[in-house]
Design a protein around this ligand. Sequence first.
Ligand code: SF4
Ligand code: SF4
Length: 257
Amino acid sequence: MITLPSGDVSHDDIGRFFAGRNIDAFCIADADRILAPSGRHPRDLLPGCRTVILYGAFMTDRLFSGTDEERAEETGRTKAVLESAAVALRDRFTQSGSAAEAILPSFPLKVEGGRLQGRLSLKHCAADAGFGRIGENTLLIHPGYGNRLALAAVITEQQIVPSPAPGVLPSCTHCHRCATVCPEKAIHDGIVDQKRCRNLTEYVPPVLRPLTWRLMRGRWSACFVTALVNSAGTHLAISSPCVACMTVCPHFNKERR
Ligand code: SF4
Ligand code: SF4
């Protein structure tokens, strides 16, 4: 497995590091380029952050058309690929004296403003970095892999030369297919209403939903729900997550290159 040099790290070094770890695409951005709001900016997690390294693993067909067992296997494989790269990269920076944090798409989550979200919005950081654009279904559309990249990131104090400016980025065509196909009518105005999306509601028994949505809006009760979600989170899994708004999108049918 390819490791990084011990001193300064170049864009090509990062490319070689990821190539040996089944990562399909990456982008290096100056932290100043990330426009995330206060509380969700990389510098809220790492005050001296200079560089954001975003990367993605292609979600294969097995995740969408395999048996339940194949899907679970593929979900585990994708998660392991993202995690092992994040941990190895973070540790490399830390060992060479630059603080770093691994940002994974899953836990820990936090409830804020009535919404459940990650510590950092990987999709919005990726869009700010020029890694792709966000569609109406709120998924990132990458120029090479469409909406089929599972994302993660490492943020670090080390300065690394950013990726070259992207060429033409793909755009959401605003065909509204995602909004139309959604069984819960959860997509509108470029937002997914979490209180309707099956991938969240499936975690909460119907009888507890009104109370849960109310607790998510309260300042202190939101902290309680955050703690609850994160402690229960690793034991919870939806066996067949809804992917309707993803697979209907014209940007879904991309093949791994
Ligand atoms: S994942 Fe399913 S329920 Fe959630 S917004 Fe997409 S189509 Fe709707
Ligand atoms: S289905 Fe159409 S509207 Fe929805 S994200 Fe894809 S291109 Fe945009």
